[in-house]
Write a protein of this length. Structure first.
Length: 427
């Protein structure tokens, strides 16, 4: 059976980035400690991400069956390409094409975007130390509860309004060495102008802001924060005021604080999702989330981070698409054959995600069979899984790798369960 196991239990990597939630307040830490009682949680340490996949920066190892325990999943797949299915094996060069994660965010991540496939190959060739993968990184994030983030540029009229109403924002931008004033290029543009003209104007003003002299942008930001804190904040609504002060407290003087005037602020509730295609700006701010992406770790950053900032690359690569916050929500659907399964399938081949809610009942049900590989993580609940005649007990923190074409049945759910399943979306 070990030569052709029905499934594999995995032990997964935990990333302790500074922006993660501390200790047992982190869902990542709780999942890791439930899966492995020997995982000791330090209340002073941030536990930011749980990685479930084959990426070399955080590879998963096999914990069961015991004959395979300790092997890297990536090494096992090299010798067992049957587990990927024919289409996946060809597409992903013998590895998982997706990376499933759980994130626990305590403070803002960087203002960032991810390159498309062609651009990723160029960046990797030029700066492999900064861009470790020749692969794109589209992402889907599904909230586990209240979750906050920036996603995409605001509608043009909203950005216009802030440039007209916030003098310190304009003051930061005017340090840019260009003959034309990019602020005027936005505020004097009629709302009836075509979309490409608006995008060109937005690119000019955002690039000018990102490249403004540090002394000037920080001075203007400090003046803005002092004015807002004093209660004198016309032009800065209460929501933007709170966000600005929060970001400034986390990253004093950072140019990324100005993002409150350019990017949509989203508050997701459990089960709501966002999809981040290539070249779209975003930043996570707070909360717990399940995230799935193409197997890559390429990030182009422009603020709210102590890490390397590549403003020129980011400003050149962005699409400058403008949408409302509501338009940035990703719409899921109930699986037509299984009412317990919510389907999230973005317009990419690399991955799709199932969110599976299993009630306490005597009812047993079978998951849809997928022709490619999949990875499952149990977020909460107590139940059993039956696959190829083998029954496995599942609880919070358990991570399972399923080879292609496996039929899985959930049985004996004694505590309501939530399970996420990432898979190769070959449809």
């Amino acid at each position: 059976m070990a030569d052709n196991p029905p499934f594999l239990k995995l032990s997964c990597s935990v990333q302790k980035y500074a922006w993660g939630k501390l200790g047992s307040s982190s869902e990542v830490a709780r999942l890791a400690s439930f899966e492995n009682p020997e995982f000791l949680v330090d209340e002073k340490v941030p536990y930011a991400e749980l990685w479930m996949g084959t990426h070399p920066s955080g590879p998963s190892t096999i914990s069961s069956p015991h004959q395979l325990a300790g092997q890297l999943l990536s090494n096992w797949l090299i010798c067992n390409t049957w587990a990927l299915g024919e289409k996946t094996s060809v597409y992903s060069n013998g590895q998982l094409p997706f990376l499933l994660k759980v994130l626990s965010v305590n403070k803002a991540l960087s203002i960032q975007a991810h390159p498309n496939k062609a651009h990723a190959e160029i960046l990797h060739r030029i700066r492999p130390d900064l861009y470790p993968d020749p692969n794109h990184k589209p992402e889907l994030g599904i909230a586990l509860g209240h979750f906050e983030g920036f996603c995409g540029f605001r509608p043009f009229s909203e950005i216009q309004g802030f440039l007209l109403a916030v003098p310190e924002l304009c003051g930061a931008i005017k340090g840019h060495k260009e003959e034309e004033d990019p602020v005027k290029g936005v505020v004097q543009l009629h709302n009836e102008a075509n979309e490409e003209t608006k995008k060109k104007a937005l690119k000019a003003v955002f690039s000018a802001l990102m490249n403004s002299p540090v002394v000037q942008s920080r001075s203007q930001l400090q003046s803005l924060v002092e004015r807002v804190r004093s209660g004198n904040h016309p032009g800065v609504p209460l929501m933007e005021k709170a966000l600005l002060l929060r970001l400034y407290d986390q990253y004093p003087g950072d140019i990324g604080c100005y993002a409150v005037f350019f990017l949509n602020y989203l508050c997701l509730q459990e089960g709501q999702a966002i999809f981040l295609a290539a070249n779209e700006p975003h930043a996570y701010l707070y909360g717990d989330m399940v995230e799935c992406m193409a197997c890559s770790d390429n990030v182009v950053r422009a603020g709210l981070t102590p890490k390397y900032v590549d403003k020129d690359t980011l400003c050149q690569m962005l699409t400058y698409n403008m949408k409302s916050a509501q338009e940035n929500l990703f719409v899921s659907a109930v699986h037509p054959l299984c009412p317990y399964v919510q389907v999230y399938e973005p317009p990419v081949t690399d991955f799709g995600v199932h969110r599976i809610i299993i009630p306490v009942s005597g009812e047993h049900f079978t998951l849809p069979v997928i022709p490619g590989p999949s990875t499952m993580v149990v977020i909460c609940g107590v139940l059993q899984m039956e696959c190829c005649g083998v029954v496995e007990s599942l609880h919070k923190g358990i991570v399972i790798f399923l080879p292609a074409n496996r039929s899985v049945r959930f049985i004996n759910c004694t505590e309501s369960a939530m399970v996420f399943r990432a898979y190769y979306n070959s449809q």
